[in-house]
Design a protein around this ligand. Structure first.
Ligand SMILES: O=C(O)C(=O)C[C@H](O)[C@H](O)CO
Ligand SMILES: [Mg+2]
Length: 402
């Protein structure tokens, strides 16, 4: 089964998405997501100018060999641009293999391990009262797990709080928006949020929180400790994880479960975090982590150390990634949870898919492949628009982590 065509489709139905479509001489095609928020055209060029010329004429069924060819063959390994491009090709090839077998993708991975995939939604508000009422709205929609983010008194804006409550999109400017950050103001406000949430709704729902890489290990330890009475499902990205051993200090001081990894691109970014049991959930997802072929290795390593999956699923991960991730989640033995930020109706129309939300779970259909397609005519109506993620400065003007 020869690859005869591969093209990159860039579309912006409200936000940018990069998609690869690979076609074979047997008339089958597969779709893969290549979206890297705020850096979309770098991946599009890497695919178009460097990978696709080597792809044409190859046997589409040799997924592992093609993965190794692009990973080892580049000489320059890892990194988000390269690994996102490899992931897009990998997912498109798994889509083709499953279609050729006339099976939904989860069957090729090893079959069903669960009926539905528990997801968490995003509740946020400008202050604690608004966030508490938003969490109530998610409970009413049937969610079993909810991430709660709230505005910080004294800061004009912060990560995770948006005007549009249903479709949060942080890449909001054609040049980066500048935000201000104060760790002490943040640390003073977060425990109050979770105290109020537990007082209001009790302990029947899972609650999560994302610190978005803003604390040092000892600050994260303080936060984790102060949140222990509220029994979070996880505290996410409390510390930037370039220094994996930095998590030892954080880990030793708190029993709040720890999640990290949405910005990782390979197993080497989390090997120590996993093998030293410094985390509980690994967030690396298919599109930024080298595709299904590579993420399987991460999941298997994690299983040995009681670490479960909790894939990134913000809106910048297209429905193609969501479809592929849901097949993976339906199979993977050490599944934890899946993030689910809803796409807009415009995005859903460009990417028709067969997964659906059902009372706190996402459920996949039985369509052969990963069950997500692209409507090229609709995609063509939405040309690329440059958009950046915000940046963050401390109150004295120092550049900080966003
Ligand atoms: O969904 C999350 O947990 C995020 O942290 C969202 C990220 O800011 C977003 O995906 C960046 O593109
Ligand atoms: Mg996050």
């Amino acid at each position: 089964m020869k690859i005869i065509d591969a093209k990159v489709i860039v579309t912006c139905p409200g936000r940018n998405f990069v998609t690869i479509k690979i076609t074979t001489d047997q008339g089958l095609y597969g779709i893969g997501d290549a979206t890297l928020n705020g850096r979309e055209l770098a991946v599009a060029s890497y695919l178009q100018d460097h990978l696709i010329p080597c792809l044409i004429g190859r046997d589409a069924s040799r997924i592992e060999d093609i993965w190794q060819f692009f990973y080892r063959g580049a000489y320059w390994r890892r990194g988000p641009v390269g690994m996102t491009a490899i992931a897009a090709i990998d997912v498109a090839l798994w889509d083709i293999k499953a279609k050729a077998a006339n099976m939904p993708l989860y069957q090729l991975l090893g079959g069903r391990s669960r009926d539905g995939v528990m997801v968490y939604g995003h509740a946020n508000g400008r202050d604690i009262a608004e966030t508490v009422s938003e969490v109530g709205r998610y409970i009413d929609m049937g969610y079993k797990a909810i991430r709660a983010q709230t505005g910080v008194p004294g800061l004009a804006s912060t990560y995770g709080v948006s005007g549009d409550k249903m479709y949060y999109e942080p890449a909001d400017g054609n040049l980066p928006t500048e935000n201000l950050w104060s760790t002490s103001k943040y640390l003073n406000s977060v425990p109050k949020l979770f105290e109020t949430l537990r007082e209001t709704y009790g302990f029947d729902h899972q609650l999560l929180h994302d610190t978005h890489h803003r604390l040092t290990p000892i600050e994260a330890a303080q936060l984790g400790k102060s949140l222990e009475p509220y029994k979070l499902f996880w505290l996410e990205d409390a510390v930037p994880a370039e220094l994996q051993e930095g998590f030892r200090l954080f880990r030793q001081h708190t029993t709040t479960p720890i999640a990290v990894g949405e910005v990782f691109s390979s197993i080497h970014d989390c090997q120590q975090l996993i093998s030293e049991q410094l985390i509980d959930y690994i967030r690396t997802t298919i599109v930024h982590g080298g595709g299904i072929t590579h993420l399987r290795r991460i999941a298997h390593l994690a299983e040995l150390y009681h670490v479960r999956t909790g894939f990134h699923g913000a809106t910048d991960l297209s429905p193609v990634t969501m479809g592929a991730a849901l097949h993976f989640d339906t199979w993977v033995p050490n599944f934890g949870i899946q993030e689910y930020m809803r796409h807009t109706p415009e995005t859903d129309a460009v990417f028709p898919h067969d997964y659906h939300f059902d009372n706190g779970y996402l459920k996949i259909g039985e369509t052969p492949g990963h069950g997500v397609d692209i409507d090229e005519a609709k995609a063509a109506k939405y040309p690329y628009q440059r958009a950046y993620l915000p940046v963050n400065r401390l109150e004295d003007g120092t550049m900080f982590n966003w």
